[in-house]
Design a protein around this ligand. Sequence first.
Ligand SMILES: O=C[C@H](O)[C@H](O)[C@H](O)COP(=O)(O)O
Length: 231
Amino acid sequence: MKERNASASSAEKQAAGIAAADLVEDGMVIGLGTGSTTAFAIAEVGRRVREEGLDVLAVVTSYQAEMLAIEAGVPLTSLAEHPVLDLAIDGADQVDANLNVIKGGGAAHTREKVVAYSAKRFVVVADDSKMSEKLNHFVPVEVLPYARELVKKQMIDLEGVPLIRMASRKDGPVITDNGNVIMDVEFGTIEDPAELYQRLSACVGVVEHGLFLNTDEVYVGRKGGAVEIIK
Ligand SMILES: O=C[C@H](O)[C@H](O)[C@H](O)COP(=O)(O)O
């Protein structure tokens, strides 16, 4: 049962990823996000590069995205060379009815946010299990390790329940691509994402949090393989 659900959701992720990769045009500089859904978009962009001669340059958001892009044959560049991106494609942990998004389930949201906010168009890819009327997923917060106790206190002051994310195949905490730790903070239902966004951004010792309020479109893979575009 578990496996059947996993592969059904994988087909939906694949449909969304492939549809979003179709937005990439010759001459574009794009941002490539992290996670299992974006992996399908990266593979499809690579296929188009190899088979259609698509002329594209990409900025990656993580070591995972870098490895996938190199494997797929997508030429890479950097934000230092191309500070403005035509399009960024990335996954989500949850998306609400107003396209507010929570990201960072893979601990990559800091670089993902830099890339998303560098893009003229930010497209999120997701399977339909990610869609929710309101946000109620925990918010991943990247924290300077030196400041973890101070950040914990600030999260409790914001009525959050913080938990340092532990690694599954290493003893100790998850360490991000930037050398920091992740605090997953439970806020229950988030009634005002914009207000929480500002409050989290104001906390000392927080490198970046996983709330994204700049999504232009969401490509949702539905059961049966259809992709719905929500703007
Ligand atoms: O840190 C990871 C990212 O924000 C991912 O894009 C997000 O967790 C969604 O990943 P997936 O597509 O694997 O569900």
